[in-house]
Ligand binder design. Structure first.
Ligand SMILES: C[S@@+](CC[C@H](N)C(=O)[O-])C[C@H]1O[C@@H](n2cnc3c(N)ncnc32)[C@H](O)[C@@H]1O
Length: 479
């Protein structure tokens, strides 16, 4: 009896502590419950007097203690940039600034994703993003969306080519269903390029809620920053688009430039020099004339759900990162964000193609693609298979999993009369971009003419340039 009373008192105090903490941190109690004990309804249940175990009390208090300390020391999480730098490798993507920053080991850490021009030249000269979008679109036949919306998460919008091509396929298959689409993107330049492709999407499919966010992989599916400090600083921008023409939508999206520039700033981590978001930002776009219809779909701070029908993870990590990193920082959190019946499709480079031949002519023995899909899925299963028993892992046969894409060339560009210099440069760019060769190594190689000779030889021998990606699927059982 005495114990029960004590427990009741402890619970009452605990509730007060939680409420004080949430108030100070400006955190919704549902977010608190989810973050602290993985249960969004936790606080509601204690309010109703439901018993909690002493272990849970301790866990909650530990969470409060950790996060109070967190906000004092101004710690911020990231997509494992710290780990990346510690591994002496690269930083994650920041907006188009420089190409190299200093890693914690004092060596230059390669900011691969910052290489705007290389990326833009690659996306516009090769068919990769089309091929990826087609493969992702095939998954639409295997998902089972439930009201209120078809729910899609793009784990790195990039320039938005994959996402907009997917959205067109979605409209074709689900012309009258509302869409809830979340695109994670930390690069301001990519956010601009992605949004620029959206006005006609709102026109053709008016029941669309599009969310763009710079939150990390472990945060963005839930639209909820991990640390209390970031949660308190969350920059939530809701933009109902007025009018009903693409031009009107385009004008309003273009007018967001300064809002985006403000929300998508990056800073360098003091510890590692790597880019981190300055303000965790969430931009929510939808058509004002569909606000009533979309009421259940439009996310609100602290109340977003991560039960996606489809998660797209196209080139979401650097090839040379250790498999544990790829799994823990990227694929595992994304798999956990799947709803029942949801499917995650992953795509990364495979090699064994003329692109890699060019690279190996200059750097013999170079093997950038060290983690194949089989290994990745094996490690993923080891890490989360025990706790998430309703997940399935599909590596498929090479015939089904491999995606071949090519550099667009006109028939006259590669023939017996020779290959034009711009074709050669585009081919070289694609080869070194896909193989993720660091700038320092590139500078050396490009000081002479051997790289052009190597490119020319491979193109002439193969009659063109193509690459292989490989794809895999993680699906969650339907209930
Ligand atoms: C999160 S990732 C991928 C973005 C988007 N999902 C896509 O497929 O383009 C963002 C970065 O990956 C890099 N990337 C995209 N495609 C790549 C490829 N085929 N090989 C290597 N890196 C690539 C680009 O630098 C891009 O800015």
């Amino acid at each position: 009896m005495g114990d029960a009373n004590d427990m009741a008192t402890i619970q009452k105090t605990l509730l007060e502590e939680i409420e004080a903490f949430c108030k100070a941190a400006d955190m919704a109690v549902t977010t608190f419950g989810r973050e602290a004990v993985n249960d969004g309804k936790f606080v509601g249940r204690i309010r109703q007097g439901k018993k909690v175990t002493t272990a849970t009390v301790e866990r909650v208090r530990q969470f409060i203690a950790d996060h109070s300390a967190d906000s004092r020391s101004q710690n911020s999480g990231d997509d494992g940039n710290k780990e990346m730098a510690e591994a002496g490798k690269l930083a994650d993507k920041a907006d188009g600034s420089g190409t190299e920053v200093s890693g914690s080991d004092g060596q230059a850490a390669f900011r691969f994703y910052d290489n705007r021009q290389k990326y833009l030249l690659f996306v516009n000269t090769c068919s990769e993003k089309w091929v990826v979008a087609d493969r992702v679109g095939e998954e639409l036949a295997r998902i089972h969306p439930k009201p209120p919306a078809v729910r899609v998460y793009d784990a790195g919008m990039g320039d938005g080519t994959v996402l907009t091509r997917l959205m067109r396929q979605m409209h074709c298959r689900f012309p009258t269903f509302p869409f809830y689409i979340v695109g994670k993107e930390v690069s301001l330049e990519d956010v601009r390029l992605g949004l620029e492709k959206m006005p006609d999407r709102f026109h053709e499919h008016p029941a669309t809620v599009l969310v763009v966010t710079n939150l990390y992989y472990t945060e963005s599916p839930w639209l909820s920053p991990g640390s209390v400090q970031s949660a308190a600083a969350l920059n939530w921008i809701e933009v109902p688009l007025s009018g009903d023409t693409s031009h009107e939508f385009e004008t309003q999206i273009t007018d967001l430039q300064s809002t985006l520039a403000d929300g998508w700033q990056v800073r360098s981590s003091e510890k590692t020099g790597n880019p981190l978001y300055v303000r965790p930002s969430v931009l929510v776009l939808y058509r004002e004339d569909h606000k009533f219809l979309l009421d259940q779909v439009i996310p609100r701070p602290g109340f977003a759900r991560a039960d996606y029908d489809l998660v797209v993870a196209s080139q979401p990590y650097r090839a040379r990162m250790p498999v544990e990193f790829k799994v823990e920082k990227v694929i595992a959190p994304l798999a956990k964000a799947l709803g029942p019946g949801g499917r995650l499709i992953g795509v990364h480079s495979h090699g064994n193609d003329p692109g890699l031949e060019i690279v190996q002519k200059i750097w013999p023995g170079e093997e950038p693609f060290q983690t194949d899909r089989h290994t990745l899925l094996k490690v993923l299963k080891q890490k989360i298979g025990g706790t998430h028993r309703d997940l399935n892992y599909k590596a498929y046969s090479d015939q089904k999993a491999l995606l071949r894409y090519h550099m667009h060339t006109l028939p006259s560009e590669i023939d017996r009369h020779g290959i034009g210099t711009s074709t050669l440069l585009a081919a070289w760019n694609a080869a070194i971009y896909v193989a993720q060769i660091e700038d320092t190594r590139l500078e050396e190689a490009m000081a002479g003419g051997a790289y052009l000779d190597a490119t020319r030889e491979v193109l002439a021998e193969r009659g063109g340039l193509w690459f292989f990606d490989e794809s895999f699927v993680v699906s969650r059982r339907r209930v």
